[in-house]
Design a protein around this ligand. Sequence first.
Ligand SMILES: [Zn+2]
Length: 198
Amino acid sequence: MSSEIAIVKYPHPALRYQSKPLKRVDAELREIAAQMFQLMYETKGIGLAGNQVALPYRLIVINPTGDPERKDQEFCLLNPVLSRPKGTEELDEGCLSFPEIWAPVKRAKTIRLNAYTIQGEEVNWEADGMLARVLQHECDHLDGVVFVDRTTETEKLRIRDDLEELEIEYRQNEALGRIPHPERIATQLAELEKLRCV
Ligand SMILES: [Zn+2]
């Protein structure tokens, strides 16, 4: 497998994939995580999930400040599990897999996180603010859920044309051979899963 990764855009099937917990961490995975941080900063993001780089792994990288200088805010989390949602707050969200699209999403204000770092240390956080929102957005990705699924019906109507534009662009890239066909993507995801999840 090549370790070259790229951010996939809606409606790439990897964005609908239910990712499996990671069982194995190797040098290549660490390299992939480093590349994910790089891609995230290049595209001005604050979080990126495995599914968004067509990897079927429960792996997310986040930096709620979006500032590459703030290494203390950089987290690479494996097999994150969220629990005990408290309160709700509605804010506009965007996503690197949905360029130029923003929509309000209701999320829990505070949330508990259990996960492992890529070094294998267990973390248990009580998260709030931007961190809580990013965690919820990224963990959704791992279950094949995207932020536009969670916005209101009115907002879904408002962004319908933008989504259609992304769909048209995707089909064009597929026809040009820039994106593999769905069966090939499914095979690739299954192979990657076999490599580190079983
Ligand atoms: Zn996203």
